[in-house]
Design a protein around this ligand. Structure first.
Ligand SMILES: Cc1ncc(COP(=O)(O)O)c(C=O)c1O
Length: 423
């Protein structure tokens, strides 16, 4: 049996596959593992109650569940959900959108597969274009979407040091070059892995650059507004015809229902609809069906702001305290946690790579993610890439606290080993 180049690429290993396998083994293995690695959202009791009630209502109706599960939606996705969402985005966000601007996908990971291939790769007359990532570290899931093709042009950020323990990345506009080889500009906000929330001014400047260069601005809002809105500073949620907003039901607490949402210009929605038809006939109906009523009555926004955001805000405060206690006087800085469900730790001068730190922590039953995976398309041999790790604080408090303490011990061991070598 011989695989094609596509098959060989798929089976040659990818960061995102390792990550998903780690999540699976941590959640399903009998050995005690502390899963601080994956992007699984927390199981927030109040949200679980809301989703269970919604499911009970669907089942009690006597027909609604059968209608949802017993037929294909159109290739653009569930029409009632799309209508409800368009009305919500008009009325609560003030955006000039209609149903023609919205498509559903089987999770926003699949949205990115389609969007990146729409705007990067081969064009007429042998021209090639790439996706500009203005600030890496950026989401690990983008890295292999090109299936081996080199899809990204990626920039380092500037680093603002904040006191003794924190830092924040900023877009380095002084060096950003939107050449005619760029097909789109993309950012996640809040950013996975760092919890960075690009400032409104940074977003405005990126949108303006995209418009000036006639390329779309792809805004990955998997953790952001208008839902689930795990964003701690006050920020604006904007949309225009040149913005491709990618939303998801995953971080509301429904990753298993695999529902992504794209809000974009009609022409892009038609292309996404065609991709849905080719790849999967139609996106799944259960996610949209389950949250449809919450979109129609607007409660999806209230739950995001009043339940989900405060829940993570409380968790992040605890996690920062545990990191501070565990890292004592080690050279550890935390990226200011402004959103999402992660802490990004930077160990300046770490004597081992973050991949080795990942391996050592895994040996001790703690899963984190090594920083080097979060620089899709960056060729720059920047040591910073090997000095950071991402930890999730979404899981139960005991695991997070104990996991952070073990990481602290492993980091201390690495520094001690290097000091004793040089003695
Ligand atoms: C920044 C970001 N974008 C997109 C996704 C993909 O989410 P999903 O495919 O579950 O909608 C994730 C998942 O963790 C993410 O962190």
């Amino acid at each position: 049996m011989k695989f094609s180049s596509f098959g060989n690429f798929l089976t040659s290993g990818s960061g995102i596959l390792t990550l998903m396998e780690d999540i699976d083994s941590a959640l399903n293995s009998s050995a005690e593992m502390r899963p601080l690695g994956g992007g699984n959202p927390a199981r927030i009791p109040e949200m679980q109650r809301v989703f269970r009630d919604a499911m009970n209502k669907l089942l009690a109706d006597g027909e609604e569940f059968e209608r949802l599960a017993g037929k294909y939606d159109g290739a653009r996705g569930n029409a009632r959900f799309i209508d409800g969402l368009a009305t919500l985005l008009q009325s609560r966000c003030g955006w000039d959108v209609g149903p023609q601007n919205i498509a559903i996908t089987n999770g926003s990971q699949s949205s990115f597969y389609v969007l990146f291939h729409l705007f990067a790769g081969e064009f007429n007359q042998g021209k090639k274009r790439k996706i500009l990532l203005p600030l890496a570290p950026e989401y690990i899931g983008y890295a292999d979407v090109g299936m081996g093709a080199d899809l990204f042009h990626t920039y380092r950020p500037t680093i603002e040091l904040r006191g003794d323990r924190e830092f924040k990345y900023h877009v380095d506009f002084a060096h950003l070059d939107v050449s005619d080889e760029i097909g789109a500009i993309a950012v996640s906000r809040p950013t996975n892995p760092t919890g960075n929330v690009l400032t409104d001014a940074e977003v405005a400047q990126l949108r303006e650059l995209a418009i000036r260069h006639e390329v779309p601005f792809i805004l990955d809002s998997a953790y952001g507004g208008p839902f689930p809105n795990i964003v701690f500073p006050e920020t604006e949620n904007l949309w225009d015809n040149n913005t491709i907003l990618c939303l998801s039901l995953s971080k509301l607490g429904l990753p298993g229902l695999r529902t992504g949402i794209i809000v974009a210009h009609e022409k892009i929605i038609r292309a996404v609809t065609a991709a849905n038809a080719i790849v999967s006939l139609a996106p799944g109906s259960i996610g949209p069906g389950l949250v449809c009523a919450m979109v129609e009555d607007g409660s999806i926004l209230n739950l995001s702001d009043q339940v989900i955001r405060p829940y993570y805000q409380e968790k992040v405060k605890q996690a920062v305290t545990w990191v501070t206690a565990a890292m004592k006087d080690l050279p550890c800085r935390i990226h200011t946690p402004e959103g999402a469900i992660f802490l990004w730790l930077w160990f300046e001068g770490l004597p081992i790579t973050s991949e080795s730190l990942y391996q050592r922590s895994k040996q001790r039953g703690v899963l984190v993610i090594a920083g080097e995976y979060f620089f899709p398309g960056m060729e720059d041999p920047w040591t910073h890439r090997h000095e950071c790790i991402r930890i999730s604080y979404a899981q139960d408090a005991e695991s997070v606290q104990a996991g952070i303490a073990i990481i602290g011990e492993e980091v201390a061991r690495a520094y001690n080993e290097s000091t004793s070598k040089t003695d």
